[in-house]
Design a protein around this ligand. Structure first.
Ligand SMILES: Cc1ncc(COP(=O)(O)O)c(C=O)c1O
Length: 440
């Protein structure tokens, strides 16, 4: 690993070129998942440490993607390394039967999460939202789920509707984001605009006997809830007897140990978790009201109302010890305050660079997430995001990458507890260089 401290990349090396050629033969589109980088700004990851990582050609980058927000602790945190290596020698998993590590982890988690009368581990964020929706449907005996246009809740059919609609339809009609979603499921998702409590209430009121749950990201991608929107969603759900699912996959443990529930002072009926909770290992969780969660009591298997909730890797010991280590690190006094302050300095500094360079970019966000759009006003919903200049953004993001800043294309950016003031300075310099290139 080269550690020059100099960030930025040159053209694709022969090694990387051959790696991409090999990948084309192995994976659909040469990609590990649903994303790939622009052909003129791509690289192969080699290793990471703290806020930085290196590619196969030893180029160094500052990471603002952090494993899609998983590594709030930064890469290869020593406390995580220690907990995982110690557990490795003791065996790592014995199927989803009770184990000591899972029990200890759950005992630490429960008092932190306001809605958690009961909890159940899963193995990913998608798993968590899938099971939360199933629990809600079983509890209410209704099939429809309301989700907000532009919200992401994972890969399963109910979730893959109107996350990235190309041609927005009239609410509450949804459009599948992927081929293969059955039409019947598409018709069970009702889509409403984020930050619009009246639109939500209208739909809930007129379909209350069909709707099981409203699922909501407390901060929808890059959009903050405005005018107590989350409280209003809570009130509407209570008024019409609909389950409120707060999707804390991104916000959980990022906005404080109590996540968005603590940060925004809200108690949903169910909450879903992923990303930070397992310290980078495959752990998710559903937490919530005992009467809803207890439907998944396995001693009721075969009885009416029993909800099957299971997964081979649930309660995986490596994930549980990594989760416990994560909680230890995040319990360090002032760790959130320091990270939030640094993130604010990052937003302010970047805004200054872009304003000085006359780029027409707005930098915004709150807590350890930041965003930028070519727009004048912070977006309130998905359609505002679409109204910003995406062509310019599509040019700026690969240029930031070439200058050594890894940002998630078109989406939120994260900062870890290990980002430093030096990273901030290097970021401002890289952003200045990117502006100059783009102006040419
Ligand atoms: C809010 C939210 N929910 C659910 C998911 C799905 O999580 P996973 O990718 O772990 O399945 C994500 C992933 O980014 C997410 O951001």
């Amino acid at each position: 690993m080269k550690a020059t401290g100099e960030i930025g990349r040159s053209i694709l090396s022969d090694t990387e070129f051959r790696q991409f050629e090999a990948a084309e033969e192995l994976f659909p589109g040469g990609a590990l998942g649903g994303n790939s980088l622009a052909s003129d700004a791509r690289f192969v990851f080699k290793n990471g440490k703290g806020s930085r990582f290196w590619d196969s050609s030893e180029n160094e980058y500052i990471d603002y993607v952090l494993g899609s927000g998983t590594f709030f602790l930064g890469h290869a945190h020593p406390v995580l390394q220690k907990s995982i290596t110690e557990q490795l020698s003791r065996g790592t998993h014995f199927f989803a039967y009770l184990n000591e590590q899972a029990l200890e982890f759950a005992k630490r988690l429960k008092p932190l999460i306001r809605c958690a009368e009961r909890l159940r581990f899963t193995t990913s964020g998608s798993d968590s939202t899938f099971h939360a929706m199933r629990l809600a449907r079983a509890f209410t005996g209704r099939d429809k789920i309301i989700k907000f246009e532009g919200a992401y809740h994972g890969v399963h059919d109910y979730a893959q509707i109107s996350t990235t609609p190309k041609t927005p339809l009239d609410f509450p009609l949804g459009t599948p984001d992927t081929a293969g979603v059955p039409e019947a499921v598409r018709d069970l998702a009702m889509i409403v605009p984020y930050n619009d409590p009246m639109a939500l209430e209208d739909i809930v009121k007129s379909h209350k006997d069909e709707i099981a749950a409203v699922i909501i990201e407390p901060i929808q991608r890059i959009i903050m809830p405005q005018d107590n929107f989350l409280q209003k969603v809570r009130e509407i759900c209570t008024r019409y007897n609909v389950i409120m699912i707060l999707d804390e996959v991104v916000t959980g443990f990022r906005y404080g140990l109590g996540g968005a529930q603590e940060y925004f002072d809200i108690i949903p009926d169910l909450a879903s978790y992923g990303k930070i909770i397992g310290g980078g290992l495959p752990v998710g969780m559903v937490a919530g009201r005992a009467d809803i969660m207890d439907q998944a009591n396995p001693s009721n298997k075969g009885k009416p109302g029993y909800v099957y909730q299971n997964g081979t890797l649930q309660g995986h010991m490596l994930g549980c010890v990594a989760g416990l280590a994560t909680l230890d690190v995040l319990s360090t006094p002032e760790i959130y305050q320091k990270t939030f302050d640094r993130a604010q300095r990052l937003r302010d500094g970047l805004q200054k660079v872009f304003t000085d360079q006359n780029m027409g970019i707005l930098v915004f966000g709150e807590g350890p997430m930041w965003h930028m759009l070519f727009t004048n006003e912070e977006p309130k919903n998905r359609r505002d995001v679409l109204a910003a200049n995406s062509i310019k953004l599509g040019k700026m993001e690969p240029e930031l990458l070439r200058q050594g800043l890894f940002v998630l294309p078109g989406n939120r950016r994260f900062i870890s507890i290990q980002h430093t003031d030096d990273d901030l300075e290097a970021t401002f310099e890289a952003a200045k260089r990117a502006c100059k290139v783009l102006k040419k």
